[in-house]
Design a protein around this ligand. Sequence first.
Ligand SMILES: CC(C)(COP(=O)(O)OP(=O)(O)OC[C@H]1O[C@@H](n2cnc3c(N)ncnc32)[C@H](O)[C@@H]1OP(=O)(O)O)[C@@H](O)C(=O)NCCC(=O)NCCS
Length: 170
Amino acid sequence: MIRPETTADYAAIYAVHQKAFGGRAAEPELVAALRKLPTFDPALSLVYEEDGRIVGHILFTPISIETDPGRVPAIALAPVAVLPGQQNRGIGAALVRHGLEACRRQGHAIVIVLGHPNYYPRFGFSAALARPLACPFGDCGAAWMALALVPGALQGVQGRVVYPPPFSDV
Ligand SMILES: CC(C)(COP(=O)(O)OP(=O)(O)OC[C@H]1O[C@@H](n2cnc3c(N)ncnc32)[C@H](O)[C@@H]1OP(=O)(O)O)[C@@H](O)C(=O)NCCC(=O)NCCS
């Protein structure tokens, strides 16, 4: 079952990210910090629950693209994690697909991800679409991808993607 997180899930979500990212605290701390932002939307923080246990989590956070004509709203997919023993069962894909649908319902038009170039294209993400958007994390190469939830949303959009401060700490 995929559903929005509740406060009762925080510890389990922390553990999912910590275990999935090899024991690092950076990703679970990122999730905790992003929850404190005024733009945080619990409808875009989804858990995958199986037999009463949280086995996966995905978070989407509002960001913006600074362009010459002005600021264009977008949303960042990050992070997504599945417990190591449960990976490669389609749970990550289900979270991404449900998450993108939730973003669409919330009225978002552009999604950006910095992730594995072999994983995200299956959901429609494209490095070519992201090329006119400057990645703030250095040379991101093919890992820097974008997706238009609304056809044409990225047409003519060129600028610098700005993430909220917690992302600089990862
Ligand atoms: C990436 C991740 C969320 C995918 O979830 P999942 O449930 O294992 O993935 P799915 O079952 O939907 O898809 C399996 C596919 O993902 C690929 N995959 C698994 N982990 C991957 C990783 N770290 N990077 C790239 N691809 C990965 C598998 O090779 C498989 O590819 P295939 O379908 O071409 O054979 C999960 O493996 C994970 O938590 N990894 C560690 C944390 C991480 O790297 N998160 C992503 C960065 S924010």
